[in-house]
Ligand binder design. Structure first.
Ligand code: S3P
Length: 168
């Protein structure tokens, strides 16, 4: 593999779980940008947003993404907002294949409501916020090199297997 596979898409799309399984199948390194940001800052994403704000988080995210892309080719999962920055899209385009993990709004909501810690969803109407973000971001996610639609009932293994087939 000469290029990274970079998974993009909304929170709850399964980027981390599917990315991990995909990397295992391809026998390449797996990196999760959110986890790398947390490790570098020795703080959780929630703490970073609360203490330093979203702009600081976005700057860190771009930095980490650049570092991961400079490393050996593997599978990289990104936070849902990373793809919104044109400079991040350019960095990804230079070194990787971007894949939009898409799934239905209902599935996204079902998954994120189980882990209600995401800072952007700390609003009076988290479901409405999620749907609005999806509407706003959808056309930008659609700029990815490939789109993969995951099905609600499928296991992680079935999904990553199907993704691999689509990529080959
Ligand atoms: C965000 C998604 C999160 C995390 C941060 C912001 C977003 O990552 O980066 O809370 O802007 O959609 P996941 O997509 O992995 O949940």
């Amino acid at each position: 593999m000469t290029r990274h596979i970079v998974l993009i898409g909304m929170m709850g799309a399964g980027k981390t779980a599917i990315g991990l399984d995909l990397a295992r199948r391809l026998r390449v390194p797996f990196k999760d940008s959110d986890a790398e940001i947390e490790a570098a800052a020795a703080m959780s994403i929630t703490e970073i947003f609360a203490r330093d704000g979203e702009a600081f988080f976005r700057a860190r995210e771009a930095q980490v993404l650049g570092r991961l892309l400079a490393g050996p080719p593997g599978v990289i999962s990104t936070g849902g907002g990373a793809w919104m920055r044109p400079e991040n899209r350019q960095m990804v385009a230079a070194r990787g294949l971007s894949v939009w993990l898409n799934c239905s709004p209902e599935t996204l909501w079902m998954r994120v409501r189980q882990r209600p810690t995401r800072p952007l969803l700390q609003t009076a109407d988290p479901k409405g916020t999620l749907l609005r973000l999806l509407e706003e971001r959808g056309p930008v996610y659609a700029l990815a090199d490939a789109e993969f639609v995951s099905q609600a009932g499928d296991s992680i293994e079935a999904t990553s297997g199907r993704l691999l087939t689509q990529l080959r």
